[in-house]
Design a protein around this ligand. Sequence first.
Ligand code: THU
Length: 129
Amino acid sequence: MSLREAAAAVRENAHAPYSNFKVGAAVRAASGAVYVGCNVENVAYPEGTCAEAGAIAAMVAAGETRLTEAYVIAGSPMPVTPCGGCRQKLAEFADAGVRVTMATTGGVEQAATVGELLPGVFNVAHMNS
Ligand code: THU
């Protein structure tokens, strides 16, 4: 199953009764295994989580800490881009050159690297004095 297929399939399970905006994400880990996530909203709105966060959490729960590719899909008129927090989450587990494909259910795709999505990323080097 391709990353697109995996992300599109898990998107169907999104819990998005407040925004009605379902998002699916799939990441390929260093082992080659694919992990998926969908957005999970909450009536206490700030408690909702993004699809990318779910996919990354699934990867880490499975014992993997590096991802080599990511795919995000939504039913939007233009490709959905990861929010700021998810860009930082992706950067935690991916090299700057890792490709993130952003897509619409209609078939439009756009790609960017993790480094392009979050220039000037806060990383461990900032903490080493
Ligand atoms: N959302 C994601 O899951 N990923 C993104 O890349 C953009 C936004 C979710 C969060 C919320 O449940 C809904 O989309 C509307 O913001």
